[in-house]
Design a protein around this ligand. Sequence first.
Ligand code: ADP
Ligand code: MG
Length: 474
Amino acid sequence: MTKGDWEAVIGLEVHAQVSSKTKLFSSSSTEFGAEHNTQVSLVDAAMPGTLPILNYYSIEQTIRTGLALSAEINKSSYFDRKNYFYPDLPQGYQITQFFEPIVKNGRIFINNNEKEIRIARIHLEQDAGKSVHEESKTYVDLNRAGVALMEIVSEPDLRSPEEAAEFMKKLRQILRYIGSCDGDMEKGSLRCDVNVSVRPKGSSTFGTRCEIKNLNSICYIVQAIDYEIQRQIEILESGEKISQDTLLFDVSLGKTKVVRNKEDASDYRYFPEPDLLPVEISQDEIDSIRSSLPELPDQKKLRYIRELSINKYDADVITSDKAIANYFEELIKKHDSKLAVTWLTVELFGHLNKAGIDIVSSPVKANALSELLDFIVDGTISAKLGKQVLDIMFETGKPASLIIKEQDLKQITDKGQISEIIDKIINDNQDKVQEYKNGKTKLYGFFVGEVMKFTKGKASPDVVNLVLSEKLSS
Ligand code: ADP
Ligand code: MG
C-alpha cells in the first residue's frame, strides 16, 4: 500500500489555562513570568492539614466555554484524585474530574463550518509544577502548581494535520472571544496532546493510537502529526503492529520519540476527592452565564455578511480576532461599512504588517482612524491625502486634525480659487489645449495632474473636474 491508501484519525486533548487571577484551589497569583516559587501557598505546596477551596470563577469560565461550544452543562459534577508520583506534584495526586466532568458533548465547526468536530468533554483540573533542569541539577518550581486548566477533549473526528490546525485555531478564537483563556500558546496557556492512528482508507474501525504529549504551537502540532502518520504507515507497511505509546515531539529533529509504553501505563487509582464538595449548578446560574456570553465569531461573521453586506473573505478577516472586530465596530459607529473595511483591512493592516505588530499595539487607535475618516467623508481632505495623513499618524501617533493643520493639508474646495488656478494652467499650455480640442482627449489627465501639482494634491478632485471640463469644452 502507498500513503494514499491510508487515512489518519486524530483526536486532541487540549489544556487551556483559565484566565483566572488566582489558582483553582488557592488564592495564589497565576501571573506569568514571576520568580521561581514566589506564587506558592501552603495549599499549592500540599502542606499537611491544608484544604483546597474551590475558585468559583474557574467553574463559571468552564461553563461559559461549554456553552460557547454548544455543549451540555453537567449540573452535578465532582472532583477526583488522580494518584501518581512526580517531583513537581507535591500532593502525590492531581485533583481533576474523571467520572463526571462539568461539560459534555459539545462541538466545533471547521472547514468553513462544513465539518463538525465533536467535543467529548471539558473537565477542570489543576496544573502541576515544573522541573527546571540546570546542568547536573534539577529544581522544582511550584508557581504553576494548582493553576486551573480546562481539559477540552475532542472525539477522534479529525482526519489530517491541517484539520487539527484548523480545530486549534477555531478553539483559540472562541476562547479569546469569550475570555475564558487568553489562548497564548507561547506562554503555555494553551497546549495540546495529540492522539494519532492510521487505518486503511474505507475501514470503519480505528487503528491503535499513539499520543504525542504537550505541543505548544500550531506549527509543531502539524509537524508532529505529519511525522507520526508517516512513521505509523511505515511500521504497518512493513507488516508490524503499532504499539500504543506515549511520545514526545523533538522540535529540533522534527521527530517523535517514545517516552513510555502502554504496558507501563500507570494505574491512577481514581477516586472522588474527599476534601471537596460536589459542584452543583442550578439552571438559573447556567442561564445567567449564558446571557453573559458575547456574540461568537461565527454569529458575528454571519451578521457582517447579512446585515452589512461585507463579503465572506473580509468578514472572515475581521472576525478572526476579537480585537479586530472591536476596532471595526468602533469605525462603523460613524462610518459606512465599506469605507471602514477598506481603511481597516487595506490601509491600517498594510502599516501593521510592515511594522510587524498586531492591532492591539497599533499606534493608531480606532477612534483616531474614525476621526481621519470624518475628514475624508466631509471633504476636508481627499482620500489620497488621507493615506498620507495615516502614514504620519502611524509614525508619530498624532491625531489627524493636528497633522492636517500643521501640514496645511486642508482640501481646496473653493470654486473661484480653483478656477483661477485652471485659467493659469490653460494659459501656460495653449498648445496642449489646442491638441485636446483637436481630439486628443487623453490630455485631460495632464490638466488634472497640473492642478494637483500646483495645489500639492489639495484641490478637491470633484471641483477640479467640474471646472476643468467646463473650461476645456468652451
Ligand atoms: P485516554 O483518556 O486514555 O487518553 P480517551 O478515550 O479519553 O483516552 O481518548 C483520548 C483522546 O484520544 C481523545 O481526544 C480521542 O478523540 C482520541 N482517540 C481515541 N481513540 C483514538 C484513535 N484510535 N485514534 C486517534 N485518536 C483517538
Ligand atoms: Mg490521554
